[in-house]
Design a protein around this ligand. Structure first.
Ligand SMILES: [Zn+2]
Length: 314
């Protein structure tokens, strides 16, 4: 586990069982702070369960790996999947025993619904935009408009989503769409939700899903510890993903990590050097991704396309 600057320290393992709740936010107790957006979600030690929360992720199962226990603790939560989890190249589908992309996508949806039911999220609170997996970057402007409408209709107080960190192009596309959507909402006089990012990125081999942030942008992080009961719940959720068994078997069931986003400039790369996803042949290069993002910004914000579209201070 990385201990980035400002990241809150975990309790020693021997103390974890003493926490009375299934999950517990860990706060820096060395100084007092005014009530922040963090406090709105995480309260002053316990979760604020009554917040209206939308968890918007690129792929079915992302929300379970990155925020499954958080979701299980909230009473008013909607999950939105941007893609259907089925890439066009059929490699994953065939490995899971499917000959049709649509059948693989349907299986992924059904197993995700089963997992979310364990976290008390009913089927009618799960929305699928059904963009083809690995293709979200190619429809950034349309995705932004769809998510803007969703945010207007859902009236969420809090949105939990991916950071812009170069981990997966669909994750970055989802982050783009949400940040641009909040800007559109503000431009049109609507109050946007408070954004949180969850730690989640593919491992170097692209097999495991790692519930952590990539190094490079260390900021204050709120960590939800998982005690035995929480780990058991998450294990049961993982077990629903039959098609993702190979991936989730090697994915750590660790603490869930959240932080508030920066005001990203999506026309610039999120990190210095080679991006995490540029290791994979199917992924776009950083230049290709930035070109798509710049074009979408020009479409969405025709007179100010070079500005940042972050949630904070824009
Ligand atoms: Zn994903």
């Amino acid at each position: 586990m990385r201990g980035g600057k400002g990241e809150l320290q975990l309790l020693p393992a021997k103390n974890r069982g003493r926490w009375p709740l299934m999950t517990q936010s860990v706060r820096n107790t060395t100084r007092r702070r005014p009530r922040s957006a963090h406090a709105k979600l995480f309260g002053t030690g316990d979760l604020n369960r009554t917040m209206r929360c939308s968890v918007i992720v690129a792929h079915p199962a992302d929300e379970v790996v990155g925020a499954g226990c958080l979701i299980s603790k909230l009473v008013d939560v909607t999950v939105l999947h941007v893609t259907d989890g089925a890439p066009r190249n059929m490699q994953d589908a065939k490995a899971a025993g499917f000959s049709e992309r649509s059948e693989y996508a349907r299986a992924r949806k059904e197993e995700c619904l089963a997992a979310l039911a364990i976290a008390n999220v009913p089927e009618n609170r799960v929305i699928d935009l059904e963009v083809t997996d690995q293709c979200a970057s190619s429809c950034l402007a349309d995705l932004t408009k769809t998510i803007t409408t969703f945010l207007q209709n859902s009236a969420a107080d809090i949105v939990v989503t991916h950071p812009y960190e170069g981990g997966h192009p669909d994750h970055d596309a989802t982050a783009f769409a949400i940040h641009a959507a909040t800007r559109l909402l503000k431009q049109n006089g609507f109050k946007p939700p408070v954004l949180f990012e969850m730690g989640l990125h593919p491992a170097n081999d692209f097999k495991a899903k790692v519930p952590d942030f990539l190094p490079g942008a260390e900021r204050e992080t709120t960590t939800l510890l998982l005690d035995e009961r929480a780990r058991e719940l998450k294990q049961r959720m993982f077990a629903c993903f039959e098609t993702q068994r190979d991936s989730l078997e090697v994915s750590p069931i660790g603490p869930e990590k959240f932080r508030q986003p920066l005001a990203y400039d999506f026309s610039a790369p999120p990190q210095d050097g080679k991006l995490h996803y540029e290791k994979f042949e199917w992924a776009p290069t950083r230049e290709q991704w930035q070109s798509l993002a710049s074009q979408a910004l020009a479409d969405l914000f025709p007179t100010t396309e070079t500005e940042s579209v972050g949630n904070q201070g824009s």
